[in-house]
Design a protein around this ligand. Sequence first.
Ligand code: O7E
Length: 221
Amino acid sequence: MEKNTHMILAMDVTDREEALKIAEDVQEFVDAIKVGYPLILATGLDIIRDLAEFAPVIADFKVADIPNTNRLICEQVFEAGADAVIVQGFTGRDSLDACIEIASEYGKDVFVVSEMSHPGGAEFMQPIAEAIAKMALEARAFGLVAPATRPERVKEIRKIIRDRLTIISPGVGAQGGKASDVIAAGADWVIVGRSIYKAESPKEAAREIAEEIQAELGGKN
Ligand code: O7E
């Protein structure tokens, strides 16, 4: 995945035409589009290939099963045209290995969720986030998902993985996180959903966040 704009759009709309229109409008400001259950359940798996015309697609299925089932899910995801898949880390090393094995067969990437961005993410996931980060590092995942709502946690995760894995960070805008803060804390990409797709002009909203990120980086990317 290229790192130009440092932004990923979370496309959680449930209408195919709306999704395609937004993708076309904002493509210059995003490095990837994340799709998950809302859009795929509403429109079907083909939406992955349709959106891949505009940007690489990350399939957010938060895969969390036994190794064999994980393998079967990841095969379907990559056959459908996704460039990366998001998986949970709490199911353990064997389950993660199964996803990474299939991803490497297809030449694709795996992101592992360490700690989620909503308040409840601090209840059960935060205490195990560092262990998940270490496991993802050892298993050679491509990256981790860490919360933009808690930039200090992104910093902690960055210390563990150093520059060997990437970090994608949801929670900017609607959940209260600020793009420049989380980029400064060490995230490679912020994930933004509602602040873009619900804006009167998704394109202008995306432009504004992209400019905020570039100002933070000051040409460092
Ligand atoms: O709050 P929004 O509208 O900007 O959307 C955020 C998106 O990121 C949404 O799709 C949500 O499901 C996802 N997300 C979180 O908000 N918090 C998390 O901890 C994890 C995710 C997620 O996508 O996990 C994989 C990246």
